[in-house]
Design a protein around this ligand. Sequence first.
Ligand code: MG
Length: 259
Amino acid sequence: MILLKSPRELALMRTAGHVLAEVTERLTAWVEPGLSTQEIDEEVEDFIRARGAAPAFKGYRGFPATICVSINDEVVHGIPSPRRRVKEGDIVGLDLGCIVEGYYADCALTLAVGEVAPRVRELLDVTRDSLARAVAACWPGRRLSDISHAVQEHVEAHGFAVVRQFVGHGIGRDLHEDPQVPNFGEPGRGPQLKPGMVLAIEPMVTMGSWEVRVLEDRWTAVTVDGSLAAHFEHTVAVTEDGPEILTRKTEPDGRRTAA
Ligand code: MG
């Protein structure tokens, strides 16, 4: 069942989302070669707690950390480690969530560390743009699979592949609520979008095969062919006036920042 959120609930999710927007902005400027993934994790946890929020992933089904860090051919759910250091030329996926007064927000981004090849830069740009197109489909009256289709169409037009095994999700008082939000499919299917729905939309895109497998740590998902993968995510509310990205900062004059 898809739970619609009241204005009060949306306000709490917006607060949680803005904490994530601030921390991702900081990470974009801060992540550099030599940092361990555990140092990044600690920085994010400190930041979230300093804002009076709680990490959403820590302890979730036994996940041991605040963020998921997934480097290069790792797609999602990588576990931070003191032994794993970020290197020049890596692409680093960072997935983070937080909770404010019982309400969740969830977002992800993939950063290029230093110089990367043009096609790798394109992978990141196309994945980010596919998310923007998916968000643009979040109007009342559209269908759920219009979101899915927007991602797939854009990604495949650029010669990349969409991961099937993991999908986006509804979000609210739980991290994962109905409905599932696949990143592929025909348009015009599934439930009609309504004001008050909140969706975590998260395209996962690879440079090769879309097939993934999970490592022996039982969390880290990698591409089966070793190709690079990117992941971007926003928590998005469907409103009468169209989509509102909750995990993006709003300027005092109401303008949204570009992140
Ligand atoms: Mg998510």
